[in-house]
Design a protein. Structure first.
Lengths: 208, 284
């Protein structure tokens, strides 16, 4: 089996400080409107009746996500220009010299990982800091995380160490793209609740 | 609504109109007493070609880096967008060729019919690739047969309404005083069938069947869009009957024959805007 680099994220210990997000922007000198890594603040729960009292079952956790360098990348299959490709390390990259900025990859990606660079008219995304990897260094987001909740490694190794990818809100079912990410759930996330992202303005409209 | 998608609203509707015109002309072209020099259907082919040229230009407004469109056929193997672009080009090429042949040559009836059939086939396949390109597995609102039904019914509805208008407009006095003939009844039936399909599709089959987590639910368009859409469908249908049975009253109002087409075009443009507005992904 070919090598597949992957991120590991421990949601149970993430404080939501967004240092990963800033480190990524800094490393790649990204425009204000572009975020390759985003931290989703998830909240849910309600008041529930317990005999004669009402108790709160509120829960909250953070999910730090960038491109998951999927094993079956739907963005790559969708791109008419063949501008998206996978390296032998399993890193999904964009050849900007071929991209026509049609944003079809952005429509297809269920992780909102691709962002249009309006200045240059091309799509951009996390590169897994492949230049750092070649130098034997960690990606900027991983290196910057003060809580040490992000890790980079071989997907098989990470799965062996931390278990398979869990179905965490707001992630889609894995069968669509086979994402290369391993997540340790926050204890709250294991319960089914009316989860919603509370920093929508920050994460959804980042590129608009 | 997705940002910058107005160009796609017009691009998809205009190219479906071109395909629909070619389909709607077929009953006339394959009629036993068809005159290959009939002015009105030559006009229909000119209009279809002009529409596809406009559509091609419109499609470029969606691109943020149009220079790289030269690579757009690189992924025919797996990208429906690549395939759609191929068939936009083939359909336009066939339309230009058809018009060129009709202008410079005088082909026999069989050759004439063959050219039209091949061109129409390209249009039909174009609508198919266009539908498939939106049926993305990670976009629940689009990933159903409803998308394909919507695109084909739009093509049939506005294409047939335009051809019916053109037939009466350019046929002038000859067709105007006729009772509805077999061919016009065929066109009117296609239009009514398309209206019925649109109603059923809009009311019953346009349900989202999302699986898994959905983080962002789209904001629907203002209800007035839907109101105007369904009102124009109703007005278009009513005007079809008026034209078929009361057309002699329109003696000095040639453009009134395009009234159903105008109503249906507005309706389908609004429907398409609603289609793009319904976009959301599974997951994020």
């Amino acid at each position: 089996m070919a090598k597949q680099k992957a991120f590991y994220f421990d949601s149970s210990r993430c404080s939501g400080c967004k240092t990963c997000q800033i480190a990524c922007k800094d490393k790649h000198n990204l425009h204000n409107s572009i975020k390759w890594r985003r931290v989703y603040e998830v909240c849910g729960g309600d008041w529930v009746q317990n005999k004669q009292t009402w108790i709160s079952n509120l829960g909250a956790y953070n999910v730090s996500l960038s491109c998951n360098h999927c094993q079956d990348p739907i963005c790559m299959k969708s791109c008419p220009n063949n501008a998206i490709y996978k390296t032998d390390q399993g890193v999904v990259l964009i050849d900007e010299s071929k991209c026509m900025g049609c944003q079809y990859c952005e429509w297809a990606c269920p992780y909102d990982a691709l962002t249009l660079d309006k200045e240059n008219g091309v799509m951009t995304k996390c590169t897994l800091c492949y230049d750092y990897l070649e130098e034997g260094k960690e990606p900027a987001c991983v290196a910057a995380c003060p809580m040490r909740v992000l890790e980079i490694g071989d997907l098989v190794e990470l799965e062996r160490k931390y278990g398979k990818h869990a179905n965490v809100f707001p992630l889609p079912p894995v069968h669509h793209t086979q994402p290369s990410i391993v997540i340790t759930q926050h204890p709250s996330a294991q319960k089914s609740k009316n989860w919603k992202i509370i920093n929508q303005e920050e994460v959804k409209n980042a590129s608009h | 609504m997705l940002h910058t998608e107005w160009s796609l609203v017009f691009f998809t509707t205009v190219s479906q109109l071109a395909a629909g015109i070619m389909i709607a002309v077929l009953p006339f072209v394959f009629a036993k007493n068809h005159n290959s020099h009939a002015r009105w259907n030559t006009t229909a082919f000119y209009v279809a070609a002009a529409l596809m040229m406009v559509a091609l230009v419109l499609s470029f407004f969606h691109l943020n880096n149009p220079i790289n469109a030269v690579h757009a056929l690189n992924n025919l193997e797996s990208s429906w967008l690549s395939r759609e672009i191929l068939f936009v080009s083939l359909f336009l090429f066939c339309l230009v060729l058809l018009n060129g042949i009709l202008y410079f040559k005088n082909p026999g009836i069989q050759t004439y019919r063959s050219y039209i059939l091949v061109t129409t086939l390209m249009g039909i396949v174009l609508v198919y690739t266009m539908s498939k390109l939106y049926m993305i597995p990670t976009v629940p609102a689009w990933n159903s047969a409803s998308t394909m039904i919507e695109f084909y019914s739009t093509a049939l509805l506005i294409g047939s309404a335009f051809v019916l208008g053109l037939y009466y407009h350019q046929g002038m006095k000859t067709h105007r005083k006729d009772r509805p003939g077999k061919k016009t009844r065929v066109l009117a039936s296609i239009i009514l069938l398309a209206v019925a399909v649109i109603l059923i599709n809009g009311l019953f089959f346009n349900q989202d069947a999302a699986e898994g987590n959905i983080a962002f639910i789209p904001e629907p368009l203002h209800p007035s869009f839907a109101f105007i859409r369904w009102t124009t469908i109703g007005l278009g249908t009513a005007s079809i009957f008026y034209i078929l049975y009361k057309k002699e009253r329109l003696t000095n109002l040639n453009l009134a024959f395009y009234l159903p087409f105008t109503f249906f075009l507005i309706s389908e443009l609004l429907a398409r805007a609603g289609f793009y507005a319904s976009f959301y992904n599974i997951g994020l």
